[in-house]
Design a protein around this ligand. Structure first.
Ligand SMILES: O=C(O)Cc1cc(O)ccc1O
Ligand SMILES: [Fe+2]
Length: 444
């Protein structure tokens, strides 16, 4: 596949490359002040505004802020906020899910509804974990939408948002510029960044709201300076502004609820910006996997694309892990995931292809949830097949599963628990695994 090829119709966005770089970009020449942040008067009559994603005093490696030069400051956007309908969007702690019995859970793909829904209206939360107010934990949702947000602009004060499109593309119009996003790519919108999402047909995807500190790249340790997700493949948009003086609906998620107000212009009015706090996208097919070259199945942490650390070293608030195309070469090894229980809880989705632990039952667009300390592993077909397979080098191709793995137990929402797509029988897939034990025969 030629990753550099991009259909002309999608070529609406331009990017700067590098994870966490300090970028500078201007849509009008000279809009950025030189050598200072806040001159007495900004060029073109713009307002200067700082957006701080970390405490002012955070260590240099995790200090995140950007300076935005905009037509109106954000404080001018303020009207009296009214509660807005959050639909099926939930935040932790939601109070839902406490009565759902602990079990492995799975859902078939949920179709995009008939009626017109925007990205914002189409967010349906599946699990919540931790506590948004305590800035710890996450929520996993699906978006199911088929109309553009147009004159509706949103920002999330509760969470950073990781978008994983599965079916249909999105155009993200953000304060920092435009991002086009298709299945196979992911985007991160930092907490507090305003955006609108446009579509040109039905769009479905997985949304991870990160209530904690920002996603970053995992350490590579002995792997060295290259492979896994390489920093140069992360793309930030160049500045692009809207100068549209017409009514807009401004929606904020704050304190676990949605609030709205009207303003008379587009708040996506940033003409220039500089800094290291900005939305970005990444093509998952650029991930360079590293894995076991001789025997055994390594922990899935080798496939971590992004990690949102907690205060405890090695204990992520969220790890975003993928299972991309790769060669399986391990000798005398049961190659699929092993049977296990995990102190972290595992929300999985499938963007395309087949997942080796559940080759038939887990469908693209579906969900599985293997919660904190609940047992799971290959289904009977995967076990029987992999136990007897001829262990030639084998390539897993055309596949992209992913996992949102969090230190917190995930509570299932009422919406997800009641879905007709919930596969109740999945709780019992382990029963099909037959007894093979024979004390008289060492060669099984
Ligand atoms: O449970 C899963 O399917 C995800 C997973 C994959 C793997 O290769 C090892 C551990 C793990 O949790
Ligand atoms: Fe697992």
């Amino acid at each position: 596949m030629n990753l550099l090829h991009r259909p002309a119709a999608l070529d609406t966005a331009r990017y700067m490359s590098g994870f966490g770089n300090g970028f500078e970009t201007e849509a009008l020449p000279g809009a950025l002040p030189v050598g200072r942040n806040s001159p007495q008067r900004c060029a073109y009559g713009l307002y200067a505004e700082q957006l701080s994603g970390s405490p002012f005093t955070a260590p240099r490696t995790s200090n995140e802020r950007s300076w935005l030069y905009r037509i109106r400051p954000t404080v001018a956007h303020w009207g009296t906020m009214r509660p807005a309908d959050a639909g099926f969007w939930r935040s932790a702690p939601s109070g839902e899910g406490a009565d759902v019995p602990p079990a492995p859970m799975r859902w078939a793909p949920v179709p995009v509804r008939e009626g017109a829904a925007s990205f914002l209206q189409g967010i349906h939360t599946v699990t919540t974990a931790g506590d948004a107010g305590a800035m710890a934990g996450m929520a996993a949702s699906l978006w199911l939408c088929n109309r553009s947000m147009e004159d509706e602009v949103f920002w999330n004060a509760d969470a950073e948002m990781l978008l994983v499109p599965q079916d249909g593309a999105l155009l993200l119009r953000t304060e920092f510029g435009r991002i086009d996003l298709s299945p196979g790519e992911v985007a991160v919108i930092p907490r507090g960044v305003k955006f609108a999402a446009d579509v040109d047909g039905p769009s479905r995807g997985y949304l991870c709201e990160n209530y904690g500190g920002a996603f970053t790249l995992p350490e590579r340790g002995p792997i060295g300076a290259n492979c896994l997700a390489n920093p140069r493949d992360f793309l930030c948009p160049v500045a692009h502004y809207e100068d549209r003086e017409m009514p807009h609906r401004l929606v904020v998620k704050w304190g676990g609820r949605l609030w709205e107000t009207e303003i008379g212009w587009s708040p996506l009015d940033v003409v220039a910006w500089h800094g290291n706090y900005a939305p970005y996208k990444y093509d998952l097919r650029r991930f360079s996997p590293v894995g076991p070259l001789l025997f055994d199945h390594a922990d899935p942490s080798i496939f971590t694309v992004l990690t949102a650390p907690s205060e405890t070293p090695g204990t992520a608030n969220i790890d975003f892990v993928i299972f991309p195309d790769r060669w399986l070469v391990a000798e005398n090894t049961f190659r699929p995931p092993w049977y296990h229980m995990n102190v972290m809880s595992e929300f999985m989705g499938l963007i395309y292809g087949q997942y080796d632990a559940k080759p038939e039952g887990f469908k693209p667009g579906g969900i599985s949830l293997h919660n904190q300390m609940l047992p799971h592993g290959p289904d009977v077909d995967a076990f029987e097949g992999a136990s007897r397979a001829d262990l030639k080098p084998h390539k897993l191709e055309g596949t992209m599963a992913f996992m949102f793995e969090t230190r917190f137990a995930q509570r299932v929402t009422d919406w997800a628990a009641g879905l007709p797509q919930r596969e109740r029988s999945y709780e019992h897939y382990g029963h099909a695994l037959r007894r093979h034990f024979d004390p008289t025969s060492r060669e099984a």
